[in-house]
Design a protein around this ligand. Structure first.
Ligand code: GAR
Length: 210
């Protein structure tokens, strides 16, 4: 059995779609996307998962007394399916340290800026692009990174850069960044599946193809 992948998503799920498409076109070798989980009942991500024939479940945060309890249930769902890679794709809940420890170096996230800038609590979606524009930065981009106990602080796997234009709004910048997200996230997952990511402290070395 190849690597079993779960994708956690709260929103539109365009990154989930990029991963599903890459998987279906066999870019992940023997690895399989077997589960989509969302914390939002109407998330388009759930529809996308189901359309691809993947078990897609809504886990209602209101049914749990704490974040820890929620993440314990999540971990149970993943362990039951032998998940060995968790991909966060616009998943807006901060994972508990217990969860990130349990899946250490087996959780990837896509962030819509060039970390370590413009990351951390509250930095998601349009807030990120707004902060980039306000800062006057000439470039932004996206980052795929391993998730550790901090928020957006884990080892960086891949990044891609885009220019920030004078006339940009958070929406136009987000669109330019998303194109790159959809390109590098599947690439990072493929590298993980090929066992080509070697983590040394904060640095991720990309090994040559065997
Ligand atoms: C993406 O831009 C992703 O990078 C961002 O949310 C969007 C989700 O879009 N994630 C974060 O901001 C996490 N801090 P999608 O649902 O269409 O993939």
């Amino acid at each position: 059995m190849g690597i079993q992948i779960a994708v956690l998503a709260s929103g539109g799920g365009s990154n989930l779609q990029a991963l599903l498409d890459a998987w279906r076109s066999r870019q992940f070798g023997e690895a399989e996307i077997v589960l989509v989980v969302s914390d939002k009942p109407g998330a388009r991500a759930l529809e996308r998962g189901r359309a691809a024939g993947v078990t897609s479940i809504y886990l209602d945060p209101a049914g749990f007394s704490s974040r820890e309890a929620y993440d314990r249930e999540l971990a149970g769902q993943l362990s039951r399916r032998d998940i060995s890679l968790v991909c966060l794709a616009g998943y807006l809940r901060i994972l508990t340290p217990e969860f990130t420890r349990l899946f250490a170096l087996r959780i990837l996230n896509i962030h819509p800026a060039l970390l370590p800038a413009f990351g951390g609590p509250g930095m998601f979606g349009s807030h990120v692009h707004d902060a980039v524009i306000v800062s006057g930065a000439k470039y932004s981009g996206c980052t795929v990174h391993f998730v550790d106990e901090g928020t957006d602080t884990g080892p960086i796997v891949l990044q891609s850069m885009v220019p920030v234009m004078d006339h940009d709004t958070p929406k136009t910048l987000a669109e330019r960044v998303l194109v790159e997200e959809h390109r590098i996230y599947p690439r990072a997952v493929a590298l993980f599946c090929e066992n080509r990511l070697q983590v040394q402290g904060k640095r991720v070395r990309i090994l040559e193809k065997a």
